[in-house]
Design a protein around this ligand. Structure first.
Ligand SMILES: NC(=O)c1ccc[n+]([C@@H]2O[C@H](COP(=O)([O-])OP(=O)(O)OC[C@H]3O[C@@H](n4cnc5c(N)ncnc54)[C@H](O)[C@@H]3O)[C@@H](O)[C@H]2O)c1
Length: 252
């Protein structure tokens, strides 16, 4: 028996990398999962369904209200309800590192619109569904970078810091509806998107590993246990919190 049997989840940005690991981890625990992305989700959906799980691929853009509404509708019509939202979609691995003064306005706006605006749009659309059942779990993906700051990606780190304020404040608005809202902050993780971006990996990988209490590279799978905990009944009295999973790089 899985810890999420009978539950239905949405994972945004689930086509690859950490989001794909979340989707597969939730499915292994028995949740039906809508895997949403602007990229093709079919590999992840096929992997889940071939392993005896239940997944639905949805083409969805979290920066667009109509697309988000269609995502929630698709999940509800396929699964009957939505209990878990993992707000994972972000503009991240595709970003080029640059000094803050070189960030163009439109790139700043795009990062904010997806990385924090997307959480708002998805939460606003899904809360009425969770409210019907008096139960829900919203898990917002932040980043370990916010605990110490990180150079050359000011828009990204700012957007991930906003996730903490969003999480704490939304938790206070929906607690009486039976909905928990928590944040999960990964450390530097060797997702496929990051591995493909040498400008990220090469300068920092060894330095970050050396600064951890547990001195090895972090993989997407390292995050799945914490994610499942936040999605499951094991965390039903925990809300507004941020879990940092980074091998002991930062402490807070
Ligand atoms: N890898 C790391 O070191 C690390 C560290 C801390 C936090 N994170 C966070 O974890 C999450 C996943 O990271 P990753 O390494 O797998 O990065 P990634 O860039 O490979 O994954 C992000 C996913 O979001 C999708 N996406 C982007 N814009 C979207 C939109 N408008 N609508 C829907 N989907 C969209 C992308 O297509 C991609 O599949 C992100 O929120 C990232 O900020 C990653």
């Amino acid at each position: 028996m899985g810890r999420l049997d009978g539950r239905a989840a949405i994972v945004t940005g689930g086509a690859q990398g950490i989001g794909a690991a979340y989707a597969q981890g939730l499915a292994r625990e028995g949740a039906a999962v809508a895997v949403a992305d602007i990229l093709d989700t079919s590999d992840v959906v096929t992997a889940i369904n071939d392993n005896g799980g239940r997944a639905l691929g949805v083409s969805a853009d979290v920066s667009d209200n109509d697309s988000v509404a269609a995502l929630i509708d698709a999940a509800v019509s396929e699964f009957g309800n939505v209990d878990i939202l993992v707000n994972n979609a972000a503009i991240f691995a595709s970003l080029d590192l640059k000094p803050f003064s070189a960030i163009p306005d439109d790139e700043w706006d795009r990062v904010m619109n997806v990385n924090i605006g997307g959480l708002f749009r998805c939460a606003r659309a899904v809360v009425p569904e969770m409210q019907k059942n008096g139960y829900g779990k919203i898990i917002n993906i932040s980043s370990g970078t916010v605990f110490n700051g990180a150079p050359m990606m000011l828009h990204y780190v700012t957007s991930k810091a906003a996730v903490l304020g969003f999480t704490r404040s939304l938790a206070r608005e929906v607690g009486d509806m039976g909905i928990c809202v928590n944040a999960l902050a990964p450390g530097f993780t060797l997702s496929e998107g990051i591995e493909a971006n040498a400008s990220y990996v090469d300068p920092v990988k060894d330095m970050i590993v050396a600064s951890r209490a547990i001195k090895r590279g972090q993989t997407p799978e390292d995050l799945v246990g914490a994610l499942v905990f936040l999605a499951s009944a094991d965390s039903d009295f925990m809300t507004g919190q941020t879990m940092l999973v980074d091998g002991g790089h930062y402490t807070h």
